[in-house]
Design a protein around this ligand. Structure first.
Ligand code: ATP
Length: 228
């Protein structure tokens, strides 16, 4: 499997406070990797430092097999799509405009993945349901060839059925060869589609293994959430 993104002994945070310490994570093409953990564990901080948004304090990040040095914008041009927490569509613009604005990519590719957006192209994004807005967010990220999708709580606030639909789409994207790194609160749902799992607690990785291994140690992993 082609390794897309990896970090070794990654330590990062805000000022002198290190929100994450000595984190080791890898994501290869074709796999869905879930990053789990209680509130405040450092999941968002990990994504921000892996994608080049937040400077790292120490350790190494490798992107496409070489030490990562560029900004998120530069990595985006090399196929990194980062969907941050919270809906990030332009509410006042139509779906079509949202897709056209998303860099200089091909909106048609995104509509192939989310055919339901086609009938909504003329509608203002702010009038879409929560699930439709998240689909549009994902679709915007896919308007150019994507090697790795990094998404932070894609399913936040969505109805259970929509969560399932989004996660299944993410699985299909990985089956098509894309790598995916997901932060997700719905532990059971994400284990259904993930290949591998990391659990962060208080800024350090407490568990790393396959989704099957995670299921086998669910009791222990639940405990990590409770003791946050
Ligand atoms: P959640 O699931 O609640 O989003 P998380 O696992 O994503 O949590 P982070 O958002 O990475 O956790 O936060 C990790 C730690 O860093 C927390 O203690 C948080 O308070 C702190 N933190 C996050 N953002 C900042 C910031 N901009 N400045 C200072 N501290 C921050």
């Amino acid at each position: 499997m082609t390794e897309l993104l990896a970090c070794r002994d990654l330590t990062a945070g805000y000022g002198d406070a290190h929100a994450i310490r000595n984190v080791n994570i890898e994501v290869a093409a074709g796999e869905v990797v879930a990053l789990l953990g209680p509130n405040g564990a450092g999941k968002t901080t990990t994504l921000l430092s892996l994608t080049g948004v937040l400077p790292i304090a120490s350790g190494e990040v490798a992107w496409l097999g070489a030490p990562a040095s560029g900004s998120l914008h530069q990595r985006a041009r090399q196929g990194l799509a980062y969907v941050s927490e919270g809906r990030s569509v332009f509410q006042r613009l139509t779906v079509r405009q949202n897709l056209a604005i998303a860099r200089d990519g091909d909106a048609e590719r995104a509509i192939e993945v989310f055919p339901e957006l086609r009938k909504l192209l003329g509608r203002r994004a702010g009038l879409l349901s929560g699930g439709e807005q998240q689909m549009l967010t994902l679709a915007r990220a896919l308007t150019r060839p994507t090697r790795l999708l990094v998404a932070d709580e894609l399913s936040l606030g969505l109805a259970p059925r929509t969560v399932g639909r989004l996660l299944q789409t993410v699985r299909q994207m990985a089956d098509g060869g894309m790598g995916v790194l997901l932060v997700e609160q719905h532990v059971n749902r994400v284990l259904d589609i993930a290949d591998r799992v990391y659990v962060l607690r208080q800024g350090t990785i407490q568990f790393a293994g396959t989704a099957k291994e995670a299921r086998g140690r669910m009791h222990e992993i639940r405990g990590m959430y409770l003791s946050g």
